[in-house]
Design a protein around this ligand. Structure first.
Ligand SMILES: Nc1ncnc2c1ncn2[C@@H]1O[C@H](COP(=O)(O)OP(=O)(O)OP(=O)(O)O)[C@@H](O)[C@H]1O
Ligand SMILES: [Mg+2]
Length: 385
């Protein structure tokens, strides 16, 4: 038995003891996340929807003891001086906890359960998160080494989608994956995984995403994948994308493709306050080619809502120019609350169509044609305006 597997089995036995009030949910494959808001309030996410459970911990002490034991198990600390914990458990689940008084209701903890297996485009298509055609288009973008940002809110499915897209990188390319706490399972022939390191009590010895991107650049990567861009490393990723590491990818927390670029801009400015914002904006516009927006919709489903192209220049007002190539349009809602809609091409032909054609990729221009109902709807909107 490998050490990792051994660790995981020992951990599963221990977690049963630490977290006995919620072990049934942790063992239930239909539950994807367990959220504990103090000892008396436990919610779960099942099939994308959040529901309250009757489970509870005996008292705050019992809950805190569980959190401390878990932290100890993974070699980390959580106490009054360090009241937050963000860690990956040996079984691959992700855990985040905050102790009182920072957390007013009592210890708050969420456990994002590890999803077995490697997600693929087929899984996303079967779940209705993307259409077959759009998945094929994303494949084209990856083949053509378009730099891509996956944008979405918390828990919208960004990391899962990055796993899928990253695993489509051609096998002859060297991929360097950089993450805060290791989550990605990118599955290609030549992939190296880097993870940041926490510093000691005084912050000494910490290794950040920025440090790792800089090292990665010296390690002859073809592509760099950053799990989540949430700090000044945005600047390093953008520079890498602009300097010959085409086809690099990352995720960012934002609600629209435009906001994703603005978010990167804000983060990049944390990295270099001397560079004028207009210069950073131009760098971002030329670095990022594609933004894929993913959302958790009100009915609990997770869907790609936009695949958009970023034009490598800003307009006269200094704004990014973004065109949706595919877009999700909601067309109604069933009586039981399910969202009915279609993910359609908008009629916009990507500026790199000639690259698709010269590389003889089987994705013809006509595939970008919008359905008639959408064209009519747009015309009606224009008239009304
Ligand atoms: N397309 C999908 N359809 C259904 N469930 C999904 C889909 N993508 C992800 N999920 C589930 O949603 C949860 C969140 O997914 P994921 O970790 O990928 O989101 P995230 O946006 O990266 O979250 P965070 O913002 O916390 O990093 C997981 O339980 C995952 O299994
Ligand atoms: Mg994530």
């Amino acid at each position: 038995m490998s050490d990792v597997k051994k660790d995981s089995t020992v951990f599963e036995d221990s977690i049963g003891t630490f977290l006995s009030p919620v072990t049934a949910y942790l063992a239930d494959d239909s539950v994807s996340e367990v959220m504990i808001n103090g000892p008396q309030e436990i919610f779960i996410e099942r099939k994308g929807l959040i529901e309250k459970t009757p489970a509870f911990f005996r008292d705050e002490q019992a809950l805190q003891a569980a959190v401390r034991n878990i932290a100890q198990f993974v070699g980390r600390r959580i106490d009054e001086d360090h009241p937050t914990l963000d860690a990956r458990l040996p079984d691959g689940s992700r855990i985040c906890a905050v102790l009182p008084p920072c957390s007013r209701k009592g210890t708050t903890m969420s456990i994002r359960k590890f999803q077995k297996g490697n997600p693929t485009f087929v899984d996303l298509i079967n779940r209705g998160s993307v259409t077959k055609e759009a998945a094929r288009f994303l494949d084209v973008c990856i083949f053509l080494a378009k730099n891509t940002i996956i944008s979405g809110g918390t828990g919208s499915g960004k990391t899962t989608l990055l796993n899928v897209l990253g695993s489509r990188i051609p096998n002859n390319q060297r991929v360097l994956v950089i993450e805060d706490s290791s989550e990605l399972k990118i599955n290609t022939d030549h992939v190296v995984f880097f993870e940041t390191k926490h510093g000691d009590e005084n912050g000494n010895g910490a290794v950040t995403i920025r440090d790792l991107i800089r090292s990665a650049l010296r390690l002859r990567p073809d592509r760099i994948v950053v799990g989540e861009v949430r700090g000044p490393e945005a600047l390093d990723l953008i520079s890498a994308m602009n300097t010959g590491h085409g086809g690099s990818m990352g995720t960012a927390h934002a609600n629209t493709p435009y906001d994703a670029l603005v978010r990167l801009e804000t983060l990049a400015m944390m990295g270099e306050s001397n560079v004028p914002p207009a210069a950073i904006r131009r760098q971002i516009a030329s670095a990022i080619h594609i933004v894929v927006q993913i959302k958790r919709l009100a009915d609990g489903t997770r869907k790609i809502t936009n695949i958009s192209e970023v034009i490598p220049e800003v307009d006269d007002f200094g704004r990014y120019v973004i065109h949706d190539i595919y877009k999700f349009i909601q067309r109604g809602r069933t009586q039981d609350g399910k969202i009915v809609g279609e993910f359609i091409p908008t009629g916009y032909i990507p500026s790199f169509m000639h690259e698709i054609e010269t590389n003889r990729l089987p994705f013809t221009r006509d595939k970008f044609a919008a359905p008639d109902w959408y064209v009519k709807m747009k015309e009606a909107d224009k008239k009304a305006a």
